[in-house]
Design a protein around this ligand. Structure first.
Ligand code: HEM
Length: 267
């Protein structure tokens, strides 16, 4: 059955495993270098730490190491692992599908390419299943977001086919998973002397080059920045500094009827 076949082991008949491993290492290096360049260019991390230091001055409480650890663990379990920032609803479900799908897809790729990518490899059945399932989740979550939920379409009434630079990340992510799936399917059919599997392998490689080569210009690095920002926000709440923002008002939240007239989605 298709989803139990390790596509990289089959590919190793024509492409040496060392080439696939080199490709993965180059992609990881691209992420590291591009994120560092992005940090230098935007100065966002510098601002982040300066702001955190400034906020600390208005801390009302000195947090012990245990308290800090507990805040960080809670942040990992909620803000990061369940992307709670997105609230309840389809935006969060779509993001979780895409996020965990991508993580499964990447982990599956690395394990199969580094441990089971030779023609004689006996791949434990779990890994191809993880890889294919991850790819399907990424395509479903990513497409749901891109066709229906992204702000341009959902709130600003732009047509779904209008593409801007901000779409680079999500589209490259969907393309990688989608072309990877089709390539794996065609290759598993073992159609001799046919061009289709090779074509989709080429598309799979190109979309990976776009995804990882485009980190500097895309939203890729949010997966590193967001967790850092969430930890800082929750620590600032716990020590009372609140990033120098005023505390919530004591008064009940009465905003009048206006706010209920329409779901707030024009942002
Ligand atoms: C492997 C990890 C992750 C992947 C693959 C991923 C994927 C995505 C994608 C494809 C988008 C849509 C980008 C766009 O075009 O606006 C997105 C948006 C977003 N992500 Fe992630 N993400 C990851 C990790 C995280 C983490 C750890 C957090 C928070 C702690 C996070 C928070 C967000 C938020 C708040 C948005 C904006 C959502 C919206 O506009 O509806 N992401 N992510």
């Amino acid at each position: 059955m298709l989803i139990t076949v390790n596509p990289f082991s089959q590919l190793s008949g024509t492409v040496a495993p060392i080439m696939m491993q080199a490709f993965v290492i180059i992609m990881i290096s691209l992420v590291i270098v591009s994120t560092l360049l992005d940090i230098i260019h935007k100065k966002n991390v510098k601002y982040f730490f300066e702001n955190a230091k400034k906020a600390k001055k208005s801390a009302k409480k000195n947090l012990s190491t245990t308290e800090k650890t507990s805040v960080i663990l809670k942040t990992i379990a909620s803000d990061i692992a369940t992307t709670s920032e997105l609230g309840a609803g389809k935006r969060r479900v779509a993001h979780l599908l895409g996020m965990y799908g991508t993580i499964l897809f990447w982990v599956g790729s690395v394990v199969m390419i580094f441990c089971y990518a030779s023609p004689s490899s006996e791949t434990p059945i779990l890994w191809p299943i993880i890889w294919h399932l991850g790819a399907i989740m990424t395509v479903v979550g990513g497409s749901w977001f891109w066709f229906f939920l992204r702000v341009d379409v959902y709130s600003e009434a732009f047509p779904w086919y209008r593409i801007i630079q901000a779409d680079l990340f999500v589209l490259a992510l969907i393309a990688c998973a989608f072309f990877g799936l089709i390539w794996s399917f065609l290759q598993s059919l073992s159609l001799e002397n046919r061009w289709d599997a090779t074509l989709f392998l080429a598309l799979f490689i190109i979309s990976n080059l776009v995804l990882f080569g485009g980190v500097y210009w895309s939203k890729f690095a949010h997966m590193f920045y967001k967790p850092g920002a969430a930890i800082q926000k929750n620590l600032a709440e716990a020590d009372g500094s609140r990033d120098n923002l005023p505390p919530p008002a004591d008064a009940p939240e009465q905003f009048g009827l206006g706010i209920k007239r329409e779901e707030p989605k024009h942002y």
